[in-house]
Structure formats: structure tokens, C-alpha cells
Design a binder for this molecule. Sequence first.
Ligand code: PLP
Length: 491
Amino acid sequence: MDIEQFRKAGYQAIDRICDYYYSLQERSVTSQVEPGYLRQHVPLTAPEKGEDFQIIADDYQKIIMPGLTHWQHPSFFAYFPTACTFEGILADLYATSATNPGFNWSNSPACTELEAIVMDWAAQLLGLSPAFMNASGVGGGCLQTTASDSALVAIVAARSLYQRNNPEAKMEDLIIYTTTQTHSLGLKAGLVLGLKVRAVEVDARDQFSLRESSLRNALDEDTKQGLKPFVLVATVGTTSSGAVDDLSEIGKVAKDYPSLWIHVDAAWAGVALSCPELREMLYLKEINQYATSFCTNFHKWGLVNFDASTLWVRDRKYLTEALDVTPSFLRTKHGDAGTVIDYRNWHLGLGRRFRSLKLWFVLRSFGVEGFQKYIRKSIELNNLFVKLIEESGNLSLVTPSSLALTVFRLVPKSSAQDAPAFSTQVLNELNHIFYGRISARHDILLTQTTLNGIFCIRLAVGAARTEEKHIRSAYDLLVKEANAVLEAYSE
Ligand code: PLP
């Protein structure tokens, strides 16, 4: 393809993307293809001779599009939605046009410098302490691919710091602390690093947040056994129910365990810190006081298309001392002089995408006010859903809703007022059937979870195009499915 052919194909691609967004509401949210569907359409080997690009572009529409789940659909309420904006799409287009794995400052100064600056913008947007900012010269922030990578990087740095301070500690004694509600990233880091992981129990009465006594008991018990707790992954906004670990109490415990690195995983909820009225409930003060590292994903609820996981550390040396490997072919004048950031030493890979461009485009185009408005709107829409559930006959909340996430289930009215009417087992069976019916539909997508043995359903608001009418029709549809389950049950 030459430059003029690219121009033509590029205009067509933008036209088709616009048409896609115009048609989004009329599409199904989920795909209706069967596993292996693509094998019928795509040959097993690459073509011997190059093909005409128009055929390739048309095949994207014909073959690929039917197998996509439309995460930008306004009725996408599953997992945590990944809001995407045109500003982010355009930034990715520019970034990929210059394809530039800016791992050292000197191989593309703009990539490094923009990342350092916009990470400071993002830190200020969220109210993080200046200690985390790149401008501090001590702490700093960088963009990682996912929250799982951010946690892994933080845990690698925590282990390295612990080993430097405790050279006698044996690797097999090191232990990562999580809770039973921590995302799979805790266990995965343990698997990758070959380290023990302890998931501390949390209680439904505490809305599944980590509290002082259970953390302290677990730490004391393991320490007595000779284990070395070196990192705790605390969560602000768990995946299942949006629970927020009590960072104030965790901070108290941490005073007795000064070598415990506290990584705060706020992959989903962290961007809500942009709204001052939410900062107290999300423990901003304590994050600033106690967290050694903090992560949130702008690619979830933060209007930036995947991927843009922001990670801040209180001291950048923790990262570079763990991850700096500099063979002679990577040495540069500025790197040797220590006058620049070489981001390759802040993550696992060498090359890195130019992700800061999309964060920059989005933050400039929305401004702080626009960003806050969007977060508040998701919360208001979720509050509407909560109100509808509370007023409903047979649907009921499992835990208090958290920000833009509601966890609910089907509890037949007689049972809600008169608990013994349905056992947990029967309710779980009913809810499996209920969820089965919801997930068999293609006009909406929600995901399930289990809390303390209770099977429940999650509705997460956050897709950029979701409006009140989508919430109301989601609710109507849920009521219809719930009634169908109850009718079948009573027959
Ligand atoms: N942490 C929390 C609380 C999450 O909800 C999620 C995903 O939903 C993750 C981490 C994982 O995010 P990522 O896919 O960026 O690794």
C-alpha cells in the first residue's frame, strides 16, 4: 500500500468506524457465532500473493465484526466496561503511525517526556500526593499494559526491596498477602514469581472489605511460623462487589509491619478519585499516607481506550533497582548521566507503546470537569438502577451498591420477607437459571459472581453511551426474565 492508497483506505476506515458507532444501538451486544466459526472463513495459511486491500477491509466487516462483543454498546453492563472515546482512538492512530517503542528517553524523547508529564496530570486529577509525581524526582508514575502487570511489577519491586533489606530471608518464606476478594492478579503474581500467597478472609458483615483484626491475625500467625510477609495487595473497588479495603485500619497494622509494601489495586474505582466528594470513601488520605504503590486503569472507567493502566510508586528507585538491566547496546549518554527517565526500567518488557498520547488527548479534550461529569453520570445511572431494584418485587441487592456497580439477585418476594421460605441452595439454583436466561439474550450483557456462597449478578455502568433509557430497559428486561423463572418454578 502506498501513501495515497493509505489515504483512501484510511478515510474509508474512519467512515466505517463512524457508521459502526451510529449503528451500535441497533446491534446485539454479544456475538452469536459458535466456537471455531472463523475457521470456515480464514484459510489456515497466509496467502502466497498479496491481496487487494479493499477485500481485506471488507472481510473485517463481513467476517470479524460478527464475532465481536460490542463493549462500547450502551447495554454492555458486564465485567467493568471499558469506555472508549474518539480522542483515544485518534491518539492510538497517531501513535501507531510513528510506531516507536520508546524504551529509552533518547530513542524518542517525546514519548518519555509526555508520559512523565501526563502521569503527573493524572496524579493531580486523582488527588494523589505530590510524592507520587514524576516532578518530585523521587516518586513517579508510568503507564503499564494492565492492572495485573502493574501488580506484578509492584510485587517484583517489593520483593527486591525486601531482599535487599533482609538478605538472610529465604525466597520460599516470602509471602504475598491478598484477600479472598482480590482480583486474580494476586494469585497470578504468586504463580509467576513462585511465591506463596495468602488470601485473608473478609466478612460479608464488613461488606467484604479487609479489616484490621483479620489482617493482623494473619500476619502475626504467619510471622510466628517464620514466614516473611513482604507485600499486601489491598483493593479499592473489588471486582465482585466494589468493596473497599479499610486502608485506615490497614495503615495502623502496617505501622507494626514496616517492611510490608502496600500495593493499592484500584483498577476500576481509582478514577473516581477525580471527584472530591468520593475521596473520603475511597480512602484517598490513607492511600497518600500508606500506599507504596497505587494503580488504576484509565482503560476501564477512565475514557481511555485499552490499554492504559497507570501505576505510581512512592520511590522510583524501588522499580529501577529491581528491573534495571543495561547491556551496552542499551546504554545512552543521557541514561548514563542519570538525567532522564528510561522507562524500560519501570516495567517488564523493553519496548513500550506510546500510550501517554491517548491519556493526553482525553484529559485535554474532556478537561477535569468533563472527566468528573462522566464519572458522576455513571454513578447517577447506577443509583437509578439501585432504586428500581429496591422498589422491585422480586429482585434484591446482595450488598450495598458501590459507585457504578450493583450486585443483585432474584429473591422471590415471599422469601425476602420470610427468610426460611427458600434455602440458599434453592435461591442459588433459581439465580443460575435466571442468569442463564439473561446470558442467553444478545441485547444486554451482565456478568455473574459468587459472594460467600451466594450466586449473584453484577451490573456495572460505565460504557460511554449508556443513558437512562438503557438502564430502564435493562431493568424491564431483568424483571421479565425473573418473572419467567418464577412462573416456571411455580408450575
Ligand atoms: N483489579 C480489579 C479490582 C479489577 O476489577 C480488574 C479487572 O476487572 C483487574 C484488577 C484486572 O485488570 P487488568 O485486566 O487490567 O489486569
